[in-house]
Structure formats: structure tokens, C-alpha cells
Ligand binder design. Structure first.
Ligand code: ADP
Length: 166
């Protein structure tokens, strides 16, 4: 398989914090492309109150993907298609969960296609066990002291519980 891997893909997100669902998409993308760049959004129109700084969000992902060998993690604060071009990526890969992700992704896809027809967007279906896993859900569980086992990496779980403890 390794010899068939080709090109660079961007896997973007806010990753506040990274979940096992994100890591599943990242590792699956790393099986297909030669080089994967996880793009961590530094400022987003959609979300403004991050629990973790961009440096922390990058660090959490870095320690989980180190073993894969072909994944790099970079913060970015520009248009996604510009970030993709700047890094010579031929594709942007996103995970799709239940129907809720579809409408937003469909709209973003049209806008990105118009701005940069040379950057292809590709979608991986979420693994069934992670289809209902989101960073916001995880933060809600942590706020009320729920168990995060099987949802986020163990070091992230303890940092999140610490950060949200009242
Ligand atoms: P969230 O929506 O959890 O806050 P992000 O904005 O960081 O996550 O999402 C980054 C990308 O990861 C998006 O393409 C999103 O659809 C995808 N994603 C998020 N959670 C999952 C999951 N559990 N399984 C598959 N893909 C996911």
C-alpha cells in the first residue's frame, strides 16, 4: 500500500479538543496520501470561544499522530483553500458524521470549488462508533464530570476535565 500513496492532503478543523473521531479520519487519510497536514484553525467565524489555545490543540494532535510518520500538524489563519495551495496539497479531506454535517459541508464545498477549482474536497464517512462524537459534546460531558473514556485520548481527557472544572 505504501508505494501507492501519493500527494499531500489537508485535514482541517478546530480540534477543540481532538477526539477519537478526528484521529480516525486523520489515520485513514494517512493510509491513502503520502503526506498529511492536519490544519488547526486559529480563528474561526463559526466558533470563537475555544477552551484550548491553538498551541495546545496542535500539541494534543501531535502527540497522537507521531507514530504514523507521515502526518504533520500546523495552525492556520487564512482561507482553507489558500492554506491548501500554500502547502502544495491536492486535496482537502473532511469527515462526515450524521446528516447534520452534510448541509454545511455542501455549502462550503460550493464556495471552495468556486475559489479554487484546483483543490479537490474529499469526504470520509465517520466510523459508526464515532458518528455521534463531537468536540462540543465532549466539552459538555466534561463540564458535568462525565466519563470521557473512548471519546478522546487519555491525556486530553484529563486536561479537559481540569480546564472545565468549576
Ligand atoms: P467538531 O465539529 O467536533 O467541533 P471540527 O470543527 O474540529 O470538529 O471538525 C473538523 C472535521 O472533522 C470536520 O470535517 C468534521 O466533520 C470532522 N469530524 C468531527 N468529528 C468527527 C467524528 N466523530 N467522526 C468523523 N469526522 C469528524
Amino acid at each position: 500500500m505504501a508505494s501507492e500513496r501519493d500527494g499531500t492532503a489537508i485535514v482541517p478543523g478546530s480540534y477543540d479538543p481532538v477526539t477519537l473521531g478526528h484521529l480516525d479520519i486523520i489515520s485513514r487519510t494517512a493510509e491513502v496520501f503520502e503526506h498529511v497536514i492536519v490544519g488547526v484553525v486559529n480563528a474561526s467565524v463559526r466558533k470563537s470561544n475555544y477552551v484550548f489555545s491553538v498551541e495546545e490543540r496542535v500539541e494534543f494532535i501531535e502527540s497522537e499522530v507521531a507514530a504514523l510518520g507521515n502526518v504533520e500538524v500546523k495552525p492556520f489563519s487564512m482561507l482553507l483553500v489558500h492554506f491548501a495551495r500554500e502547502n502544495g496539497a491536492k486535496a482537502v479531506v473532511k469527515g462526515l458524521r450524521a446528516i447534520s454535517d452534510f448541509e454545511y459541508e455542501f455549502e462550503m464545498n460550493q464556495l471552495n470549488r468556486k475559489m479554487a477549482p484546483d483543490v479537490e474536497s474529499m469526504y470520509l464517512m465517520a466510523a459508526p462508533e464515532y458518528s455521534f462524537l463531537s468536540s462540543s459534546g465532549v466539552k459538555e460531558i466534561a463540564t458535568f464530570g462525565g466519563d470521557l473514556t473512548g471519546l478522546v485520548p487519555a491525556p486530553v481527557a484529563s486536561r479537559l476535565q481540569e480546564a472545565l472544572k468549576r
